[in-house]
Design a protein around this ligand. Structure first.
Ligand code: RFL
Ligand code: PHB
Length: 388
């Protein structure tokens, strides 16, 4: 088989890239290790930036998002039982949209199915070959048979644990990493959210987040240790640990119920540079990871895909390789700003240590954030998403 762009991974990065390329007449094949249902069962991101909304519209898959997504004009931060509000709308004129990654992925899969562009699910042993030559190839096994896909370019959209980044020779790529000594324990419940807006909670017992997927479905997170066993967290224990971290009003409004999903995610900051090697271009979590505190992971995957799709479109329509040559630098400039913001929000809101100095510094920074319009504007600009 032959295609113009071989895309590894059917997460948001791979599916969005496939859709944007298809709309410009660029042939592509997506190879995904998992089944479609498995990809759709992962509960992840919830908050998307306006630029991501615009890109999903451009890909022609925005209609359900506009019907069901919740537009948020601000966010709330609760510090030791006292809640403060930061208005994105007043500070930046912009908003964010709460619409789950699962729904975005489904919209992208449906959009792709409507175009007839091929996605090969359950593709095993995917391997990249000759990525520095004029004839890169991808081999894989599917349906019990070995296959080969010849292509012009490979887009490595296969997430942090994928094979694409690992296919680059050691020494040609530099990794920068910070692993945090805590994780997030998340639950999804069919209960109404405690508030119309997200509440990020800084409390001596540890961080918490009250988020949502719809007016009847809530998503909550608690800071937890890295060695936590999910079996040790029956729903009752989750609610009992959440309640004392909330302010009185949120606690009174909290509706508890059985979880429909529960998972633990470690927190990590990671960047691989450069994001290009020969004919291989990395995009999304394959190239970088942010801790979820700033809600940036999916949005960064989208901005990478915007730069990469434009570069490939220019290459095929105008025979210009300039966009491809600048892809890594352009993408990384935005990535590092989101890395900084996600790291900063993580350090601001989690219980970092038992050291009272760390705690006092957090309180000073939060007080400054709530009192200074300059600080609040800097926060809001980053949260709603920096321009491309
Ligand atoms: P994905 O979604 O991991 O998709 C990669 C795909 O590649 C497949 N794959 C392979 N396919 C073929 N061969 C192989 N060898 C393969 N290896 C892997 C995988 O099966 C998968 O289908 O990466 P992508 O597309 O780059 O998308 C990134 C986002 O998923 C991620 O950044 C976000 O979920 C991060 N994130 C959030 N981002 C936001 O923008 N806003 C949020 O509110 C937000 N909240 C979150 C989050 C991530 C979380 N977790 C679980 C880490 C909340 C949490 C709890
Ligand atoms: C979510 O709703 O899953 C969510 C929201 C905001 C974050 C992270 C996750 O910062």
């Amino acid at each position: 088989m032959r295609t113009q762009v071989a895309i590894i991974g059917a997460g948001p990065a791979g599916l969005l890239l496939g859709q944007l390329l298809h709309r410009h007449g660029i042939d592509n094949v997506i190879l995904e290790r998992q089944t479609r249902d498995h990809v759709l069962s992962r509960i992840r991101a919830g908050v998307i930036e306006q630029v991501t909304v615009d890109l999903l519209d451009e890909a022609g898959v925005g209609s359900r998002m506009h019907r069901n997504g919740l537009v948020h004009e601000g966010v709330q931060i609760c510090v030791d039982g006292v809640r403060h509000r930061l208005s994105f709308k007043e500070l930046t004129g912009k908003t964010v949209t709460v619409y789950g990654q699962t729904e975005i992925t489904k919209d992208l899969m449906d959009g792709r199915a409507a175009t007839g562009a091929p996605t090969i699910y359950s593709a095993h042993d995917v391997a990249l070959h000759d990525i520095c030559s004029e004839r890169p190839r991808v081999t894989y096994r599917a349906g019990g048979q070995a296959h080969e896909l010849a292509c012009d370019f490979i887009a490595g959209c296969d997430g942090f644990h994928g094979i694409s980044r690992k296919g680059v020779p050691a020494g040609a790529i530099t990794s920068h990493e910070r692993v945090y000594p805590f994780g997030w324990l998340g639950i999804l419940t069919d209960t109404p959210p405690v508030s119309e807006e997200l509440i990020y909670v800084r409390h001596p017992l540890g961080f918490a987040l009250c988020s949502m997927r719809s007016p009847t479905r809530s998503r909550y997170y608690l800071q937890c240790g890295l060695a936590e066993d999910i079996e040790a967290w029956p729903d009752e224990r989750f609610w009992e640990e959440l309640k004392p971290r909330l302010d009185d009003e949120a606690r009174a409004r909290l509706v508890t119920g059985p979880s429909i999903e529960k998972s633990i995610a470690p927190l990590r900051s990671f960047v691989a540079e450069p994001m290009r090697f020969g004919k291989l271009f990395l995009a999304g979590d394959a190239a970088h990871i942010v801790p979820p505190t700033g809600a940036k992971g999916l949005n960064l995957a989208a901005s990478d895909v915007q730069y990469l799709s434009r570069a490939l479109i220019d290459y095929y329509s105008e025979k210009s390789a300039a966009g491809l040559d600048h892809y890594s630098d352009r993408a990384l400039a935005r990535v590092w700003k989101a890395e900084r913001f996600s790291w900063w929000m993580t350090m601001l809101l989690h219980r970092i240590s038992d050291n009272s100095f760390d705690y006092k510094i957090q309180l000073a920074e939060l007080d400054y954030l709530f009192r200074s319009k300059a600080a609040a504007t800097a926060f809001a600009e980053n949260y709603v998403g920096l321009p491309y």
